[in-house]
Design a binder for this molecule. Structure first.
Ligand SMILES: *[C@@H]1O[C@H](CO)[C@@H](O)[C@H](O)[C@H]1NC(C)=O
Ligand SMILES: *[C@@H]1O[C@H](CO)[C@@H](O)[C@H](O)[C@H]1NC(C)=O
Ligand SMILES: *[C@@H]1O[C@H](CO)[C@@H](O)[C@H](O)[C@H]1NC(C)=O
Ligand SMILES: *[C@@H]1O[C@H](CO)[C@@H](O)[C@H](O)[C@H]1NC(C)=O
Length: 292
């Protein structure tokens, strides 16, 4: 018997559309990378995450809480960071320096530091120094610094570190991210044998932070043609958090320190980020400017 019935055209249309949408969703999952698969628990452990009010930081903090941790949400502001330190923690197992500003126009923190250098680097430098004893007491413990692949384009402009003479939003961002990686490696060296590790991660390019800083994001043409592609290629905050989560939890990394990760894998950072002389000079200035 021959099958006479054919599905009406709109049903075929719908099924093609469904397949296309499914394919796009799968493609986005594929491009964005997989979820961290480890099953580590964090019961009775304390985790501090800076910049946890939105984006990657929020996803990271939620994941830590799901695994039983006592999660402390910290702020990006230096004075508030000092306040965090006054609170009583029995222990501190994981410090995630995540907060960041990206390519903002020229502005300064209340302390007078160029906004990106001050927030992305100096604030975390200070917070980490204040919490170091607690981390050592709680060993094995970890510090994860959320840097960026942008560090590869960065240079530390010692002649004008604070962007007073000249300022370019992208250059200042690259500089602050290189500072994150230099700080990570220098600190990892200083922490050898203490049971505290320190690693840097590149979260990927995540849609929340980047779109609002790109000038063309406001034209309707860009909205129509560029944004869908960006949506496909950029990571969601959850996807962006996975490399941080891996560095913070993966039990295989318990003794791994002074490394740089991207897509949950160890990667080569820039040559400059391994330059000891630059790292030490930056450290000395950071130490002085944060008034330790
Ligand atoms: C990753 O986890 C999220 C939520 O926890 C889930 O919605 C998503 O489907 C997962 N992705 C994959 C590829 O398993
Ligand atoms: C967490 O702490 C409580 C109270 O001290 C203790 O009873 C429990 O066994 C601890 N859990 C883990 C997984 O260490
Ligand atoms: C900073 O990085 C951006 C891209 O991430 C690049 O366009 C810019 O040229 C970089 N700045 C320098 C000084 O290389
Ligand atoms: C980490 O180092 C400790 C002490 O040296 C050792 O006992 C442990 O097996 C190491 N763990 C891993 C996963 O390498």
């Amino acid at each position: 018997m021959k099958l006479k019935w054919r599905p009406p055209k709109f049903v075929i249309g719908l099924s093609v559309l469904g397949t296309a949408v499914g394919g796009i969703v799968l493609a986005k999952e594929f491009i964005g990378g997989s979820n961290y698969s480890g099953k580590e628990r964090l019961d009775n452990k304390t985790v501090i995450v800076t910049g946890a009010n939105c984006g990657i930081g929020k996803e990271t903090a939620l994941e830590m809480a799901k695994r039983g941790a006592n999660v402390v949400l910290a702020c990006r502001n230096m004075r508030k960071c000092k306040a965090v330190n006054c609170k009583n923690y029995d222990r501190l197992d994981i410090l995630i320096n995540n907060a960041g500003v990206m390519r903002c126009k020229k502005s300064f923190t209340k302390e007078g530091f160029e906004m990106q250098f001050g927030t992305n680097h100096l604030g975390h430098f200070l917070l980490t120094m204040l919490l170091l004893d607690k981390l050592k007491e709680s060993k094995p413990s970890r510090i994860v610094n959320v840097a960026s692949v942008a560090h590869m384009r960065g240079t530390i402009n010692f002649a004008d570190l604070n962007g007073e003479k000249s300022y370019d939003p992208a250059d200042a961002y690259n500089q602050s991210k290189l500072a994150n990686v230099l700080f990570t490696f220098e600190l990892a060296d200083k922490l050898k044998g203490t049971g505290v590790t320190c690693n840097a991660v590149h979260p990927g390019i995540v849609n929340t932070d980047i779109i609002r800083h790109l000038s063309y994001a406001n034209s309707w043409l860009a909205n129509f043609f560029v944004k869908p592609f960006m949506w496909l290629l950029l990571k969601t905050p959850r996807q962006g958090a996975q490399t941080t989560i891996n560095a913070a939890l993966n039990e295989n990394l318990v003794n791994v320190s002074g490394k740089y990760f991207s897509n949950q894998k160890e990667r080569e950072p820039s040559d400059q980020s391994r330059d000891k002389a630059i790292a030490q000079r930056l450290w000395a200035i950071s130490d002085k400017w944060t008034d330790m």
